[in-house]
Design a protein around this ligand. Structure first.
Ligand SMILES: C[S@@+](CC[C@H](N)C(=O)[O-])C[C@H]1O[C@@H](n2cnc3c(N)ncnc32)[C@H](O)[C@@H]1O
Length: 272
């Protein structure tokens, strides 16, 4: 074994899934401020336009917004005359969503892994969205089967994720190849699932607030969608619009920003 590449174990760590469901309650105010009324520039330029394009909802239709947070998607849908029903485990984020909501936006506190218990009996939405949340949920099979059960046959499910191939917590990072004059993306693992505690305030080591991010290879997402009776019809890989330094490396940095997507948006339809 080379001493440059010591053997490492990628064995999955035990998952604290119950705690993960409620972990967003503590940083709810921070998250509400971060997203604000319309989302940050990633939401406004990349995520929300792609989710809207793929949902393609018509005025009067209803979208189930799974793990809706403080309701950023519901507000954009309402502006287009589309109704939404948002479900989230954090009571404070649901309260923030309700504070900003108009008549087309409904919300419920509940666990995305038991959606049937969270929504009113008889709920049947046209489409569903899971925006930047499936990587916070574990296990995902009940989330996807519960979502499929609450939409009409032929309805679309649009899922926006941090890209599971190129943005893997603790396993992916940028590097600089001096000889080639190129920025590269280094991956230290990919296939093994991983649960990673994410510090909400990394600059404050004394602050214990953490959420959990679950890394899974892309095959896990695709197979879970199929297992829930959802057939993938489109995939969008979104590259960052942000540009870095104006220094000597800026051209190489721009090239890699255009080459390595930061988000993956999967669109599926309910088959059965
Ligand atoms: C990164 S936020 C995304 C929120 C929202 N979709 C958005 O785009 O702003 C992840 C959300 O997942 C929610 N969440 C985590 N586990 C959950 C669970 N088991 N059931 C419902 N919501 C959950 C959190 O409360 C949080 O609002």
């Amino acid at each position: 074994m080379s001493k440059d590449f010591p053997a490492r174990s990628y064995a999955p760590r035990p998952r604290k899934t119950a705690a993960a469901a409620t972990a967003w309650e503590k940083p709810a105010q921070w998250y509400d401020n971060l997203v604000g009324a319309e989302g940050d520039d990633f939401y406004q330029k990349l995520i929300l336009p792609t989710v809207l394009k793929r949902l393609d909802p018509k005025p009067g239709q209803t979208v189930l917004d799974v793990a809706c947070g403080q309701g950023v998607l519901g507000r954009v849908l309402a502006a287009k005359g589309v109704k939404s029903l948002g479900v989230d485990a954090s009571p404070s984020l649901i309260e923030s969503a309700r504070t900003r909501a108009g008549p087309l936006e409904q919300h419920a506190v509940g666990d995305a892994r038991k959606l049937g218990d969270a929504v009113p009996a008889g709920t049947q939405a046209d489409h569903a969205a899971l925006v930047m949340c499936l990587q916070d949920l574990d296990p995902i099979a009940p989330v996807l089967s519960g979502t499929a059960a609450l939409i009409k046959r032929g309805g679309r499910v649009v899922i926006a994720l941090t890209h599971p191939c190129f943005r893997i917590p603790r396993r992916s990072l940028w590097g600089w190849d001096e000889e080639q004059g190129m920025q590269y993306r280094r991956l230290d693992g990919y296939l093994s699932p991983l649960s990673v505690p994410i510090k909400i305030h990394p600059g404050k080591p004394e602050d214990p607030t953490r959420t959990t991010s679950f890394h899974r290879p892309i095959s896990t997402y695709l197979s879970a969608l199929g297992g829930a009776g959802l057939g993938v019809i489109a995939a969008d890989e979104l590259c960052s619009h942000r540009r870095g330094t104006k220094g000597a490396r800026s051209a190489a940095e721009d090239l890699s920003a255009r080459e390595f997507p930061v988000f993956l948006v999967l669109t599926a339809v309910r088959l059965g």
